[in-house]
Design a protein around this ligand. Structure first.
Ligand code: ADP
Ligand code: MG
Length: 691
């Protein structure tokens, strides 16, 4: 296999553009892409013609505007290149207009009340900063999705806006250090966790098919306690899947790099090489889609839900984040020289301030029904946002705040911002705190709260904008300063002192931390609706308004969509659970108890002891009686759900979820005492320990 040749072969990338476009057109497009400038309109026709020629040569017959509506998944509507010319001949055609603008009938996408039905049509606009690619014989053009009145209806547009915001302010900040760059990009590496299970098991479970997770299921005799799956040797079937996945991703220009087993049985991870936030987000959306498709081919179902199985780890998506200049400098790299140290400390301080001031937004960006099973449940980071910077950096921060010279045991260097060299910071794993939700890992931050099924755009919108805001404040102050060094020292010290409460190096899973965090005034929103209702807090509306990322109306619509999505997810789970219990599990247990009852009768009729049959029959029957009561209770809970969205969301969390937990407990008890041949669905042992 010639990987370099295969890599990106289905992408209309820089190399293809350079080859196929006239020099002037290429340069114009390139400026747009590198500097995030607006696209020159007459360039579009020429680019479209080249794109079509390239796509047709690769066997494509259709094109689609590929966009990311608020559903969290990607959407596409295919049109063929086919046109009939004046002479009545069929030709393949693709115009600049078709490339740059689409008008999908998008009335069925969630808009949170932004779009009245009379103007239901939205439009999609080409995003030339992410490459077009071919998937399933279709040329896919990454696009933004807006309403006719210009309000945003997707996840990409705010991401692009937040990238501009953080770039503008970071460029300003660098100028203070005498560095003049044109653009600073947020860079993202998204590590994707997933489960692979046998397709035939999946097909037999209504809960997996409709909700993505198992709603009932007693624990298998073995879980993850032996710690033998993490980085363990990979099943040949899974290895074949991974090889195939790599190939598919590479063709699409996605830099799949690391593949390994994760902690839970059947759990795996794929990490690509990082890229700018926009491309990394598109790549991750595509990765999730391709994972599911490739899994099918290998007789697997790929589960991207945050918590497919109770009692073992769920899946997350670590969002590695840094800032990088167009000249290739990583602004979160501590560097080797004093000048870089001061600059690094300013950016580090900006991130600390951003995470502290907008901890609620970060929590909100990872809130959904699935992730509520992870956050705070002793496996993933807790629901409290805090930062881990490592012992050494922590000591440096403390010495700055306390105004004492920093004494590094290993090098005994003194630290006075901007005048001496920072000690070398450990880049290795040993220094990492695995329980921290937001950890500095040498030259980037790793945000570990996002769930595996999330579109990472939202998290990065929050992060980029919050950091942009901190940098803006810093620049406003420092640009006015008479003595830059003195002002810089004072600012860093003051801000670190003010925001150090967000730093925490201990065990994030412990009860003590919850209490300590409360003392520090950090927020702890345990469930999705608890977090979501803070989205439109005045300070958040003001933040996004200042940086032109969202208007108030756009935020209100997003809040409505998220609350609605949450309550619908729980509703679907409850109804699915009820159906499985009523129509599969309870009847199976009743059949089993009836068989036992007949056995008791037969055996006693011939004078044989039936003590075990009788005891088991009584136990199963009693549990069945109780289960039926719980199913009835669950159904009546669901029926009483309020109509208003926010009320429905809280009702789901307060009332429906506990009713589901009650019913599950009984079903799982029944499972442990029912003859397996009667059990109607594959069990945890069947699913997790397939061969
Ligand atoms: P681990 O599992 O130990 O966290 P991985 O190697 O699996 O580490 O993942 C680290 C991720 O961080 C990769 O996707 C990598 O490309 C990404 N990364 C590395 N440097 C940066 C950076 N400067 N900005 C953003 N992401 C980065
Ligand atoms: Mg990681």
């Amino acid at each position: 296999m010639n990987v370099p040749e295969m890599f990106g072969s289905m992408v209309f990338n820089d190399q293809v553009m350079r080859e196929m476009l006239p020099k002037k057109v290429y340069q114009s497009l390139n400026h747009t892409m590198i500097e995030g400038r607006a696209l020159d309109e007459d360039v579009a026709d020429i680019v479209a013609a080249a794109m079509k020629e390239w796509a047709v040569s690769k066997g494509a017959t259709h094109f689609t505007h590929w966009f990311q509506p608020m559903t969290g998944i990607t959407a596409e509507k295919h049109d063929s290149f086919l046109t009939v010319d004046k002479a009545g001949c069929v030709i393949m055609d693709f115009s600049g207009k078709e490339l740059t603008k689409g008008e999908p009938d998008a009335s069925s996408f969630p808009s949170g009340g932004l779009r009245a039905t009379f103007e239901a049509r939205g439009y999609t606009a080409w995003d030339p900063t992410s490459y077009a690619f071919i998937k399933d014989d279709t040329l896919c053009i990454p696009t933004a999705f807006c309403s006719y009145t210009g309000q945003i209806l997707d996840k990409k547009t705010p991401l692009l806006r937040s990238m501009d915001a953080v770039s503008n302010e970071a460029v300003r900040a660098l100028a203070l250090f005498g560095k003049h760059v044109k653009r600073v990009n947020a860079t993202i590496g998204a590590e994707q966790e997933y489960f692979l299970i046998d397709k035939s098991d999946y097909a037999k479970r209504l809960d997996l098919k409709l909700t993505g997770r198992t709603l009932v299921g007693a624990a298998a005799a073995k879980g993850q306690e032996m710690e033998d799956h993490y980085f363990g040797s990979i099943r040949p079937r899974v290895k074949a899947f991974m090889a195939d996945l790599d190939e598919e991703l590479w063709k699409l220009g996605i830099t799949a790099k690391t593949e390994h087993n994760e902690v839970a049985p059947c759990q795996h991870e794929m990490a690509p090489i990082f890229d700018n936030a926009n491309k990394a987000t598109d790549a991750n959306q595509l990765t999730m889609e391709i994972m599911k498709k490739v899994a099918e081919r290998h007789g697997f179902a790929c589960l991207l839900h945050e918590k497919p199985f109770a009692g073992i780890n769920g899946s997350g998506k670590h969002n590695n984040w840094a800032l990088s200049t167009d000249t290739g400098e990583n602004l979160l790299d501590p560097g080797k020289t004093p000048e870089d140290n001061a600059q690094f400390l300013l950016f580090l301080t900006a991130v600390i301030k951003a995470v502290d001031e907008y901890q609620d937004l970060l929590r909100i960006s990872v809130a959904n029904a699935g992730n509520d099973h992870r956050l705070g449940a002793n496996e993933a980071p807790p629901a409290i946002v805090s930062m881990f910077v490592g012992d050494k950096l922590n000591a440096i921060i403390e010495s700055i705040v306390e105004g004492k010279p920093f004494k590094d045991k290993s090098s005994s260097s003194h630290l006075d911002i901007g005048t001496s060299v920072l000690p070398k910071l450990a880049l290795d794993n040993s220094d990492r705190n695995r329980t921290s939700p937001f950890a500095f890992t040498g030259n980037k931050f790793e945000f570990r709260m996002p769930g595996s099924s999330f579109n990472i755009a939202c998290t990065n919108v929050m992060l980029n904008t919050a950091v942009a805001d901190a940098l803006k404040d810093f620049c406003d102050e420092l640009e006015r300063a008479a003595d830059f060094n003195a002002a810089l020292n004072a600012l860093i010290r003051r801000e670190l002192e003010q925001h150090r409460r967000i730093l925490f190096n201990g065990n994030g899973y412990s009860k003590e931390w919850e209490q300590e965090a409360e003392r520090r005034g950090l927020s702890n929103y345990k469930r999705t609706p608890d977090a979501l209702v803070h989205y439109c807090d005045e300070k958040n509306v003001a933040l996004f308004g200042r940086h032109k990322v969202y208007t108030r109306e756009e935020m209100e619509s997003r809040l409505e969509i998220s609350l609605d999505e949450y309550q619908k997810a729980i509703h679907i789970e409850a109804v699915t659970m009820s159906e499985m219990l009523r129509r599969q599990i309870l009847p199976a247990c009743l059949r089993f108890s009836a068989a036992l009852a007949s056995a008791v009768q037969c055996k006693e009729g011939i004078g044989v002891s039936a003590v075990a049959d009788r005891a088991l029959c009584a136990k199963v029957s009693a549990l069945c009686d109780e289960l039926l009561r719980k199913i009835d209770a669950l159904d009546s809970c669901v029926a009483q759900s309020p109509a208003e969205t926010e009320q429905a969301a809280f009702y789901a969390a307060d009332t429906i979820i506990p009713a589901m937990e009650d019913a599950r407990r009984l079903s799982d008890s029944l499972e442990t005492c029912t003859d397996k041949s009667f059990w109607p669905v594959p069990t945890y042992s069947d699913i997790l320990f397939y061969t």
